[in-house]
Design a protein around this ligand. Structure first.
Ligand code: GRF
Length: 202
């Protein structure tokens, strides 16, 4: 079934671009109904405009509290007919009010092998810790921060001569591939969750 997708962004939107490119090249059976950024100046909105995808800038600073922001966000997404929400570099914690509006249908990409290095700057956390392998995680979003049931993970080796920047770039390339793969599995109806365990049917 064609996934009716909403994509939430905050920054450059390279993960959004990977999703839009996959839809265009028929490697992801989805329709991007709406892009919403909490940062009005996010380059991700330029990418949406150039792809002729409807977009909204919803400045979170204009809302008295998280629930008011989330309520408005849900309204925009529901009006656009969104069924699955992809967090593509979206840097806000969502409230239970939002998650209850899209039960088990909010998917995030995080740039580490969760549960290691949750939160911001995960790439630098891993680099500074001195791990030999890091990577990225596609997971369902629950009420915690980067704690939801894991759908896919991709490993990225840390090389001896690595800097944080080139490690970040290599992880980002894996994010682009893995996020599209995870959303494609959901679109194919092959993903189910029981408690914390995700099953992907062949
Ligand atoms: C990515 O590393 C993503 O995992 C993190 O934000 C970074 C930028 O993502 N959450 P994008 O280029 O805005 O998609």
């Amino acid at each position: 079934m064609t996934l009716k997708l909403g994509v939430l962004v905050s920054g450059s939107g390279s993960n959004l671009q990977a999703i839009l490119d996959a839809i265009k090249h028929d490697t992801l059976d989805a329709e991007c109904r709406l892009v919403v950024s909490n940062k009005p100046d996010a380059y991700a909105l330029t990418r949406a405009r150039e792809a002729r995808i409807p977009f909204v800038a919803l400045d979170h600073k204009k809302f008295a509290h998280r629930e008011a922001f989330d309520r408005q966000l849900v309204e925009h997404l529901k009006e656009a007919g969104v069924e699955c929400v992809a967090l593509a570099g979206f840097m806000r914690v969502l409230t239970p009010l939002f998650l209850e509006s899209f039960p088990n249908n909010v998917v995030n990409i995080h740039p580490s092998l969760l549960p290691a290095f949750p939160g911001v700057n995960a790439q630098k956390q891993a680099f500074d810790y001195g791990v030999r392998v890091t990577g990225c995680t596609v997971h369902f979003v629950d009420n915690g921060v980067d704690t939801g049931p894991i759908i896919l993970q991709g490993a990225v080796n840390v090389e001896q001569d690595d800097s944080v920047e080139n490690l970040r770039d290599r992880i980002l390339k894996t994010e682009h591939r893995l996020f599209v793969e995870g959303l494609s599995l959901i679109a194919q109806g092959r993903v189910s969750v029981k408690d914390r365990r995700v099953t992907i049917r062949a």
